[in-house]
Ligand binder design. Structure first.
Ligand SMILES: [Zn+2]
Length: 423
């Protein structure tokens, strides 16, 4: 007879999840990789290695596929720092998914060449289906598409979420020329910039995108103030006239804020939710304060018809996200990435969100990985967090077992299915 906790976990691991956030590239990109293990250092563990002290030049050499270094030589570059970085949740997750997917018990100088051989030989057409559908139990994953990237994804597994921030952040004539190329017409006025942004969004809409992403907290504050068309047009004109990088953030802000608010309004008119990066920025070195979720409050007030999904639990401001999602009908709370950053934080947060945020507004699974293998590992983490938190809620009498199952299905699948219109 399984215990209550085991039975709940079995149910949670049987759910076909909808993963609200990944950066997985097309499968052909993964299949073209020749580095194996060292291909997995575009983010996360690499950031912890640098945080631990690894020189950036060593990291670049370790992950450069074209410098002829052997697997052992690459390992030697990272070995002094690996023992410090493999203790974080990023490191633990990587060890775990490498073991589960490639059957290598211990990552070391002795095993890394064999591990890489297994990774490269596994990454053949069909691998994504194996890893994401069969092993991770993912029904659909929402994948980010960067400015300039196409949104034609494999709809069996994915739905695309484009970033359109580049329409808000031109700062030179050269930046406008990039947009002109994408738009196929000249952009010499604010009106032309606005219509190019709208046309791009509509062309993406016709291709089945399910949301729009705002990524700006990596490069500026999330405070988007109310500027008039005239103020934005004045900023645009200065950019159009500027041949060099002589404009300050204060010069550019009216246009950035105006165009970001506009993409929110356009998304709302089209029924597309807006996913927003809040909290910790991945990488090494940034202004954490720029990403504070409460900076978005004016947007929530000014666009009641938009639906805002706050990413990453606003880490470390998860309580702020809870308060915002509790207060505003148009604000949703998403834990994506957090089970990979810290399962303990994710569990504490989910425990609190269950008590504060209505059940239809919480998302608890998004791996936020550049790799299908990472998505597998991070989604399993998210399921385990849900098992632990909901199991404890049943034990303490907060939920019945049936309520806990229903809640798990909401936060791992149904909420995303409904909000993003996935059938
Ligand atoms: Zn992300």
């Amino acid at each position: 007879m399984p215990t209550l906790h085991e039975a709940l976990c079995e149910y949670i691991f049987s759910l076909k999840i909808i993963d609200t956030h990944e950066h997985i590239p097309d499968e052909s990109v993964a299949c073209a990789d020749t580095l194996g293990f060292f291909n997995f250092f575009e983010h996360y563990v690499s950031s912890d290695l640098v945080s631990a002290g690894m020189p950036r030049a060593s990291l670049e050499a370790m992950r450069n596929p074209d410098n002829g270094l052997s697997q052992e030589e690459r390992w030697a570059l990272m070995a002094p720092w690996w023992s410090y970085a493999c203790t974080t949740a990023y490191g633990r997750a990587m060890i775990e998914y490498m073991r589960e997917l490639f059957n290598v018990e211990d990552i070391s100088g002795d095993t890394v060449a064999e591990l890489s051989r297994r990774i490269v030989s596994a990454r053949q057409p069909g691998w994504y289906r194996t890893v994401l559908r069969e092993r991770a139990g993912i029904d659909k994953a929402l994948v980010i598409r960067w400015p300039g990237q196409h949104v034609d994804v494999d709809r069996e597994l994915f739905r695309a979420v484009p970033i359109l921030d580049h329409y808000a952040t031109p700062s030179t004539r050269a930046d406008l020329e990039v947009l002109e190329k994408e738009a196929g017409h000249s952009i010499q006025t604010l009106d032309q910039l606005m219509s190019a942004q709208e046309a791009l969004l509509d062309s993406f809409g016709a291709k089945g995108i399910v949301a729009v992403k705002i990524f700006l907290a990596y490069q500026r504050t999330l405070q988007f103030d109310r500027y008039s068309y005239a103020e934005a047009a004045r900023a645009f004109d200065r950019i159009w006239l500027s041949q060099k990088l002589d404009l300050t953030f204060d010069d550019l802000k009216p246009l950035q804020d105006f165009m970001t608010r506009r993409v929110v309004a356009l998304a709302a008119e089209r029924g597309l939710p807006v996913q927003i990066h809040t909290g910790l920025q991945e990488g090494n070195g940034n202004h954490l304060e720029h990403s504070k979720p409460t900076l978005l409050t004016d947007l929530f007030l000014d666009y009641p018809d938009a639906r805002f999904v706050l990413f990453h639990a606003g880490y470390p401001w998860a309580g702020h996200v809870a308060a915002l999602a509790k207060n505003f009908p148009n604000v949703y709370a998403d834990l994506c990435w957090m089970p990979a950053v810290s399962p303990a934080f994710a569990a504490r947060t989910l425990d609190e969100w269950i008590e504060t945020v209505p059940a239809n507004k919480i998302f608890a699974v998004g791996g936020d990985s550049n790799y299908a293998e990472g998505a597998y590992g991070h989604c399993n983490r998210a399921r385990r967090v849900a098992c632990d938190v909901l199991g404890a809620k049943v034990e303490r009498g907060y939920f019945t077992e049936a309520e806990a199952r229903w809640f798990a299905a909401r936060i791992l699948r149904e909420n995303a299915r409904e909000l993003f219109g996935i059938d």
